[in-house]
Structures are given as structure tokens and as C-alpha cells.
Ligand binder design. Sequence first.
Ligand SMILES: Cc1ncc(C[n+]2csc(CCOP(=O)(O)OP(=O)(O)O)c2C)c(N)n1
Ligand SMILES: [Mg+2]
Length: 493
Amino acid sequence: MAANPNEAGADNLTAAANDALDKNTLDKDTQETREWMDALSAVIESEGPERAHFLLEQLLEHARQKSIDMPFSANTGYVNTIEADQEERSPGNLEIEERLRAYMRWNAMAMVVKANRLHPADGGDLGGHIGSFASLASMFGAGFNHFWHAESENHGGDCLYIQGHVSPGVYARAYLEGRLSEEQLLNFRQEVDGKGLSSYPHPKLMPEFWQFPTVSMGLGPLMAIYQARFLKYLHARGIANTENRKVWVFCGDGEMDEVESMGAIGLAAREKLDNLVFVINCNLQRLDGPVRGNGKIVQELEGEFRGAGWNVIKLLWGSNWDPLLARDKDGALRKVMMDTLDGDYQAMKANDGAYVRKHFFGQNPKTLEMVAKMSDDDIWNLHRGGHDSQKVYAAFHSAVNHTGQPTVLLIKTVKGFGMGKIGEGKNTVHQTKKLTDEDIKIFRDRFNIPIPDSQLADLPFYKPAEDTPEMRYLHERRKASRRLLATPPHQGG
Ligand SMILES: Cc1ncc(C[n+]2csc(CCOP(=O)(O)OP(=O)(O)O)c2C)c(N)n1
Ligand SMILES: [Mg+2]
């Protein structure tokens, strides 16, 4: 028997498993433990994770039958649930989608900044938030372009519960589509004579646009569960064909702390509401600070939802992490990912590539070595999963095809993504509504918005000509939403 459990066969074990062995002072037979671990490693390597999962399920079931007391963890590693080689590929033109997204980011920002400039009588502090939509833009893009069904003769339409304070992003898309005018954008948050736009989704003020009111926070997730239940009821009773209709809910990670947000998740699982998709935008921040400085909100939510019986899909890391993870044979990188707490992740995003090298990869000589040939800029460009359109597409695809359970997508992003030093990962970003000329210039350059310096002071909205590939693509996607795929009834798609 090896005196130290880590002496023999250590290469076969992940760093986390070694760590677990180190901590396990109750281990009466380390050799036997290692044999079990080695056997599992061999199955994972030769037959893949699905087979390993199956065998573990069998063992657990067997143990349950034998009445063994089994503490159970509902958590998986701090990595993407969908393996890189299992991703469904997006059929879209990702380059065009990115450019369209850039215009929407610009117009959403301009709408909020102009509203505060134009209406100083309101204290120059009108609501509407730039940072939240900035973190969500890729998810809306995937939904509008590829998944959400508009109401049509073939389909009752999907139901969308949109996080209230990201309304500028939805208005920005509708503006490009020609469904809202510039005058309306200029009246954002000024509900004047029917010409303005409501701050938050408001079906009474804008009945042709919004389906459901979602502010105060917590109401969207709670109402959506009952909506999904009701759709199932209508179908089961033969009152309406709601078979293909989905209910999508967008919520903030801070919003999940409202008691209403998770108040009915047990019901959703019990009723097998596979017509329900929760998308939780885990930017790790709320109004003025971190959601969990000393913890991990994604892991916490994963445990709660899986414990309640939901299908959980985590999307944490963008595609350029894939080669690093593929090289992470002994799990050193995965362990750093798991050990780093949310407060530290936010400190990384509020700094730069050199800081990430030192404080993230520097936690272990092996991970530091992994990025030795990468520049600080390369390291900085290792994005979180929610900013990777391909991976967002794959996560949405997996969610809509899951049967028998509701699905929650836990998608990690950066609040204020692309806003640079004024926004990214800053505690103050939620309230950032006044940008200096220099900030605006940086924003324009970051997203290549074709507005010349001479016009920047006016902060014009931007819309490409109708015959450009971008606009043709946008209109084609909206039409497609009425045929088979994509887009909600009264909203931007
Ligand atoms: C019940 C309730 N309390 C407070 C607010 C004010 N409020 C609007 S957004 C926000 C923070 C939201 O944080 P999070 O849910 O993480 O969303 P994010 O903007 O980060 O996506 C707060 C406190 C509200 N709308 N509703
Ligand atoms: Mg948040």
C-alpha cells in the first residue's frame, strides 16, 4: 500500500481528485480508493464521459437499494456543460450577426445617454441601463435570429419574459427593423402622447410591442412558470394547440435573490414543463456590487435548480478557452477555475491581461506555463461564454430540444461588455448613463460604428442602408421567424 495516496498513479488523477484524497483523512484503504479512481479515469478516457456517467448512476442506484447513506452534490465542475465537440453549429452568418449586434449596442447606448442629455429636468438621471444589455446582446441575437417564433398562422408564438432594464436593447433591434422611429427612441422613458417608449416592458402602454411586464424583479420568472403550466393545460384539455410554444425567461443573477424568482421552480419540475427555458445572465454583478463576492453564484444556482429537478446547462467559457482546456490533462486549469471566487473574477475583468496572467493563471505553475506563449492581449481576449455566439447558439439549441424537464441556462458574461474602462466589470456600471465624448469615441472604435468624428458630439443613431447585407439579413431573419424558426410575437424579431 502506498503511504501517500498521491505517490502512485498520480498522473491519472485530476488535481481536484488528488485534492479530495489529500483532504480525506478518513480513508482506511488508500490503495482501494485509488483503484476505484483509476478505474473511473480509464472509463472516461477509453469510453467517454457518458459511459462514466451511466456507470456512476448504476452504482448510485445500487447503493440506494442497499440503504447506504449517500451525501449528494448537485454540482458539476466550473466548466461548460456542453463539450466543445458536442456543440450544434449555428447555421447563421456570425460575422453579419456581430455587426448587427454592434449597431444595436450603439443605438441602445445612444438612447440612454441622449435621454439623460435631452431631459436634464429629470435630474439627468433617467433610468435605462447600458451595461446590462451589453452583457446580454449575444443571447438576444441568438434568440431573435434563430429560435423565437413569431405569432403566425402556423404557430401561436413564443412567450418572452424580458429582463426589464435591458429594454433599450430590444428597442434598438426594433429600430433597425423599422418598427420604431427615431422620434420614439428620442422619447425613451418619456411616455408622451403615445410617442414615447416605456422604460420597462409595459404591455398596457405599448400593447403592440410587449407581451409581459417583468419589473419589479422576480415577477418575470414567477409568472413565466405559471404561463408555461397554463400552456400545457390548454393543450392537455384540447382547448388550444400549444405544443410548439416555448416560454423564455431572461433574468439577472442578482434578480435570483428575489424570493419570487425561485419560489415556484419545484412546481416547474414536478409538472415537467419542458416548454420553459430560463436564461440567467450571470454577469456576477447586481445594482452596485457583486452578487456573491465570496462564493460562486453559478454553482449555487446550479445546485438549487438541479436539486429541484431542472435540466441545467452552464455556459461559462468562450471558444478560445477550448484549446487550453483540451491541454488541461491533469485538471490544473479546471481547479483554478473552480477555486477562483466571483469577487476575484470581477477584479480580473476590471483590470487587464497582465493582471489575469498573474492572479488567475499564476495560481499554479502549470497554468502559468500554459499561457506562457500568449500575449497579455490574447489572455484578455479569452472571453466568457455568453459573448461567444456559437456557444450561445449551441446552448439554446440544447435547451429547446430537451424533453421532460424545464431547462435553466446559466450563462456567464461581463456586465458592460465592450464598454472598456468606464464599464467592464466595474461596480458602478449599472448606473453608467452619462458618457464623455472620449468614452463615446472609444465605444465607436471598439465596435467599428461608421460615424465620423465630426458627428460624434450629436451622438446620432446608426442604421445601415436597406440594401446592405446586414439589413437584408435582419429582415430575412424576421420573416423566417414567421415561417418556422425564430422570433417572438410582439417584440423585436
Ligand atoms: C424588486 C426590485 N428591487 C429593486 C429593483 C431595482 N433594480 C433594477 S436592476 C437591479 C439590479 C439587477 O441586477 P441583476 O439582476 O444581476 O441584473 P443585471 O443588470 O446585472 O443583468 C435592481 C436592484 C427592481 N427593479 N426590482
Ligand atoms: Mg447581474
